[in-house]
Write a protein that binds this ligand. Structure first.
Ligand code: ADP
Ligand code: ZN
Length: 731
């Protein structure tokens, strides 16, 4: 990177844009000049696009044709450290730089002029005539209850033309106001009293605070059972960062971003922090983006992509529930937020805290190897104790056909109802039934576009494909043998379990928590808060109940099918099942009342089930680590998945075979190539998917080799290639 920090008007600058081009574009610096890192608007063909001044121009473009930067945006220039972070993250994930820049500028309206601006709210008037477009505009406002938007945001969100919005203003249905553009966040005060920490907690908090004060990079695994006070402890690390005048970021899995959590932060620091997640409005996102850059937001609580915000001086990153699979972005840019947090921290001399009750094997191994510091909280806070865990051996339980709640579990639930306590049944399957089968010919209903079976969702009275979202009615007549009235659901989904629970306990208040049953993340969060207050007796949930909610009245967890995650050939299956079961069990007995966890299984002697029940975590991890080491897979080896897709299967395989034949760059680093083979999901939305897997030794320059291997490829027609470094599933 060049040492030049400022470019005079007319000087040649190289600009990285958000457009999918594989190089910087040369422009002339505008009147008044511009700084290195300045966010600018530049002409590209007939359009204006967003970019960042990345360095001096390359000079190989005809200077007579050179165009000028249109203007410099009124935001802090991108810091050198951020440019380096984006560059390294791009190299690591093999993502083109423009895509990285898009990730780092996901705040609309950055290029709007500063100071005051016009915003619109719902007005008193009613439109003379209600059109579809007008109704959509008013619905958007209603949906965001009382919030205001700029005319452009409103038009975009309602998908109408600006003139529709103008029309509504004229009729008084929308009211115009002037508002200051973006305001700083209220000051957070680290000196407000914290909770009285236990000895264990205080020791961990002191160690974290010391790391923050050192002003150097470092990563710590904060391991503690659910309810041990990890949050209380890391909030003290946040306090240390605030005292040092540096910023802090707390990353949470999207769904754990609850009002309850924000209230806790507010109680500790006296004001609410900035929030960054998919539920935030565009206005709010832009405010966070800008204030973070000016240092006027001390603390951000955010989902994964908050990692790419332009912090002015980031001193601490907390990754809560660091094992959570939602940290791995599975579409668009493929990155693991946990790994990127460590990368970013290393570049800005910040501390990282990875908090979890059940760390990922990667993190556990890094702590074992001494790369990460490790702090343990071994007991739950206060009176609450870990639930007693038991297996229910399904081989000796008496169950009627098409029922899944064993007599043992039913008895335990009955007891909770009598005591006025809550039970939670966990089944990681959305919908009513995973399979619909014809009792006459045995055919199963599959999606027309994907390699997947259709799942019945009774509340919408349709079958749905969980890959592409396609739906169709449950057929009366078998599509295969044309016999009528023989189509039947097989196996349980969460909705079917709800039916069973209702028939067992008709008087109980039953709540079903499954992501697809809620219109928005907001609605789901509201429901979770109601349940926490006791507005349900029996809670039925899919994966999402495993994450960080606090239900004080909950004393029983029933795992309907503990064997579910153990099937399949994924190497991470054991680790995932272990984490999920321990997390779910951790939901019980969080307040004063002790909890119990019952796991229904057909294989109580399976090593993973035994490890879960015994709670002997270190042995479980050691055994897992030994197996991975023997197989040479992550974290003891390196892997990359290459997914090829296209509408023509033969063309996709041809490409895969051609790549396999020309694997020189991979062989040079001693890597092995597997495939091409059909991907785990071989067809999605009518596109065939083929996978190649690259496996290399730990220290091998994998990305560089893959870059050399794929560079000469020219993808024809609708063929696409995507590269996934450190894929979550190996097979
Ligand atoms: P974790 O993040 O490990 O699940 P939390 O930090 O959420 O644990 O703590 C669990 C519960 O115990 C929370 O309600 C928290 O406020 C409470 N708690 C933990 N430590 C203390 C403490 N030292 N004093 C008072 N309450 C505490
Ligand atoms: Zn489909």
């Amino acid at each position: 990177m060049s040492g030049q920090e400022f470019f005079q008007a007319g000087e040649r600058v190289g600009v990285l844009t958000t457009q999918p081009l594989d190089r910087l574009l040369d422009y002339r610096a505008p009147e008044g000049g511009c700084f290195l890192g300045a966010y600018v608007e530049v002409p590209l063909g007939p359009r204006k696009v967003l970019g960042v001044v990345w360095g001096p121009g390359a000079g190989d473009f005809d200077s007579a044709k050179l165009r000028s930067v249109i203007r410099v945006l009124d935001v802090a220039p991108m810091r050198t450290e951020m440019r380096q972070f984006l560059g390294k993250a791009a190299d690591y994930t093999l993502t083109p730089m423009p895509a990285m820049l898009r990730l780092a500028t996901r705040a609309p309206g950055l290029s709007d002029p500063p100071s005051m601006r016009k915003i619109l709210r719902r007005g008193e008037g009613t439109p003379d005539r209600m059109t579809d477009a007008r109704r959509r505009v008013l619905e958007v406002l209603e949906q965001y209850g009382g919030l205001a938007f700029t005319p452009r945001e409103l038009a975009d969100m309602a998908d109408v033309t600006p003139s529709v919005v103008k029309g509504l203003v004229k009729q008084g249905a929308l009211r115009e106001e002037e508002a200051p553009r973006d305001t700083p966040y209220p000051h957070l005060d680290p000196e407000l009293p914290s909770k009285q920490l236990t000895e264990d907690q205080a020791r961990a908090a002191a160690a974290l605070a010391e790391g923050v004060r050192s002003g150097r990079y470092g990563t710590t695994l904060l391991k503690g059972v659910t309810g041990s006070g990890k949050t209380e402890v890391y909030l003290e690390a946040v306090a240390a960062a605030l005292r040092a005048g540096r910023q802090a970021l707390v990353l949470l899995p999207e769904i754990a971003l609850t009002a309850e959590f924000l209230t806790r932060v507010e109680a500790r620091f006296g004001a609410k922090p900035a929030e960054w997640h998919s539920g935030a409005t565009m206005t709010e996102r832009r405010r966070v983006w800008k204030m973070v850059g000016q240092g006027a937001a001390q603390l951000v609580i955010g989902a994964r992509s908050a990692l790419f915000l332009p912090f002015r001086d980031l001193g601490l990153i907390i990754v809560d529930e660091e094992h959570d699979t939602s940290y791995k972005q599975e579409d668009g840019v493929l990155y693991n937020a946990r790994d990127m947090a460590v990368l970013r921290a290393a570049m800005c001399s910040a501390q990282v805290v990875l908090a979890s009750a059940t760390p990922s094997l990667e993190t556990w191994a890094n702590a074992e190897a001494g790369k990460y510091q490790r702090l343990d909280l071994t007991s739950r806070f206060g009176a609450s104790v870990l639930p007693e865990m038991r297996a229910v051996d399904m081989r000796s339980e008496d169950l009627l056909p098409s029922t899944w709640i064993s007599p043992t579990l039913k008895q335990a639930m009955k007891l909770r109802l009598e005591r006025g306590e809550q039970s939670l049944l966990f089944l990681n399957r959305r919908g009513f039934a995973p399979v619909t089968i014809c009792r006459a010919c045995g055919a199963q209903v599959a999606c027309d576009h994907c390699d997947a079976r259709m799942v019945e969702h009774r509340f919408m009275k349709r079958l749905m494909c969980h890959q592409c979202g396609e739906t169709k009615p449950v057929p009366e007549v078998c599509p295969s043998c044309e016999v009528e009235g023989k189509m039947a659901p097989v196996g349980p989904g969460i909705e079917r379990l709800a039916e069973e629970a209702t028939s067992l306990f008709p008087e109980a208040r039953i709540a079903v928590l499954s992501s697809d049953l809620f219109g928005s993340a907001r609605a789901l969060k509201t429901r979770i808060e109601e349940i926490a207050k006791g507005e349900a007796d029996i809670i039925l949930g899919t994966q999402l109940v495993a994450k960080g909610h606090n239900f004080p009245m909950l004393t029983l967890v029933g795992v309907i099918d503990a064997d579910l995650g153990l099937q399949g050939s994924d190497l991470r299956a054991a680790e995932r099942t272990f984490q999920l079961m321990r997390q779910v069990a951790g939901r019980a007995g969080r307040a004063e009342r002790p909890g119990e966890a019952l796991m229904q299984t057909f294989q109580p002697e399976h090593p993973v089930i035994r490890a879960i029940l015994s709670g002997d975590e270190e042995s479980f991890w050691k055994a897992e680590a030994a197996e991975r080491q023997a197989a040479g897979v992550p974290p003891y080896g390196r892997m990359a998945g290459i997914i090829l897709s296209g509408s023509d299967l033969a063309a996709v395989f041809d490409l895969g075979n051609a790549m396999a034949r020309n694997d020189g760059p991979l062989r040079q680093i001693g890597a092995q190539l597997f495939g091409p083979a059909p991907a785990p999901i071989a067809r999605v939305r009518g596109r065939h998917r083929v996978r190649l897997l690259v496996k290399a030794a730990k220290g091998a320059p994998l990305q560089e080799a893959i870059a050399r291997w794929t560079a000469p490829l020219r993808l024809k027609g609708d063929l696409r290639l995507s590269i996934d470094i450190d894929p979550q599933s190996f097979f």
